[in-house]
Design a protein around this ligand. Structure first.
Ligand SMILES: [Zn+2]
Length: 403
């Protein structure tokens, strides 16, 4: 397929040829080949397709059904637990698939979702998301993280550890969990890394989702990975308490995180909503230490976390909304903010797809905007989304006749 007249983020107007699911060439002008499918982008902005590195598809669109009266994290967790009986397998599949199709229409072709893995919920969320993964396989890649409940340590954690192993057998790709909610967060890191190592899986942990500066399991996670040479990808999501440390400590931990090769996912929607309610004076933003992490060279990504559920009643399933929050709440420049929901997120999830160049994956989004900043500001509709070298949402390409 030939994409004509695409404006890149550096302002160049180019033609882009896709061969199969890979970008073959990017040139000022390319001639259409006999029988080639051509899509004229008419100067639209062409960017690396976005990714959603941290969703909770099993909870999407529950806001009307389950309220969070206190508006904070524990309020959301308690509300979910108290209304678990209202949630069925079939409606989890329906809500999750609806969320995925919205994300794809907005330009995300790679999505990572956590799936509640608790004694009460069993494997229902994992199995429902595995069904969704097969339903949407032609339009995006969906990764499933088993978000195992706590504790995972000691005798009390035996059932959760067994359930996590079952979840990996039942369709979950990645080991998740919440070490900071365990009685022993450091031991929880070791347990979860051990299970992932045994199964040969990547890890994505809800890490330090608290403003309590005394809780900082991220440093221990980085030290363990450096010491053991853990061979799989590791992502730490939230890392809110890192943002509450003195700058010298932020820099020290950020350097360890960079050395360990851990990607960090900031989640501005949900943490701006959930955290800080007890501070009516000088309310903290509850974001991670963005400046220290990026200065140290850490791969910083951003996600939306929850979508219209007890953890976050807002959200449009649009990574450009997340990018806008990374500009306003995290003080990134627009291009860097876009990278957190595109190339950096792809790097964290699959290790490739950071730019538009020959040999890169054919994962692209065309947006009717002149610049990245304008795309984030207006978040216009009418996007054309390309996954594995094929248009999966938006404009239909025309087959070139007699080129
Ligand atoms: Zn989350």
């Amino acid at each position: 397929m030939l994409l004509r007249s695409a404006t890149l983020d550096d302002g160049r107007v180019v033609d882009v040829r896709l061969r199969g699911d890979v970008i073959e060439s990017v040139e000022p002008a390319l001639s259409a080949q006999d029988g080639e499918t051509v899509l004229d982008l008419d100067g639209q902005l062409l960017l690396t397709a976005m990714a959603e590195p941290h969703a909770h598809l099993d909870k999407a669109f529950l806001s009307e059904r389950i309220a969070n009266p206190t508006g904070d994290l524990m309020g959301a967790i308690i509300a979910m637990a108290g209304h678990r009986h209202l949630i069925t397998y079939a409606d989890t599949v329906e809500r999750a698939e609806r969320a995925v199709r919205l994300m794809v229409a907005n330009g995300a072709t790679l999505i990572r979702s956590h799936a509640d893995t608790t004694i009460e919920n069993g494997l229902m969320s994992v199995q429902a998301l595995a069904e969704v993964r097969s339903r949407v396989a032609d339009i995006c890649d969906l990764q499933i993280v088993s978000l195992v409940s706590w504790p995972v340590t000691g005798a009390a954690g035996a059932d959760n550890r067994a359930l996590l192993r079952d979840a990996l057998d039942a369709g979950a790709d990645i080991v998740g969990g919440c070490p900071h909610l365990d009685d022993d967060p450091h031991e929880a890191n070791e347990v979860l890394l051990g299970i992932a190592g045994d199964a040969g899986r990547d890890v994505d942990l809800h890490t330090d989702e608290t403003l309590d500066s005394n809780k900082l399991s991220l440093e221990d996670l980085a030290n363990r990975i450096i010491a053991t040479g853990f061979p799989h990808r590791v992502t730490a999501s939230h890392c809110v308490s890192l943002g509450m440390q003195p700058e010298i400590r932020q820099r020290h931990v950020a350097e360890l995180v960079a050395e360990a090769g851990i990607s960090v996912v900031a989640l501005p929607h949900t943490n701006l909503f959930l955290q800080g309610r007890e501070h009516q004076h000088a309310m903290p933003r509850a974001l991670t230490a963005v400046k220290a992490l990026t200065s140290a060279g850490v791969n910083l990504c951003a996600g939306a976390d929850n979508l219209q559920d007890p953890f976050n009643p807002m959200g449009r399933a649009d990574p450009l909304e997340t990018a806008a929050l990374m500009v306003m709440a995290a003080h990134l420049l627009p291009q860097a903010a876009f990278d957190t929901v595109s190339g950096c997120a792809r790097g964290a999830l699959v290790g490739s797809g950071r730019r538009i160049a020959p040999g890169q994956p054919g994962e692209l989004v065309a947006i009717p905007a002149a610049t990245v900043r304008e795309a984030i500001a207006f978040a216009p509709g009418g996007r054309t989304v390309i996954h594995q070298g094929r248009v999966v949402s938006g404009s239909s390409p025309q087959d070139e006749i007699n080129c």
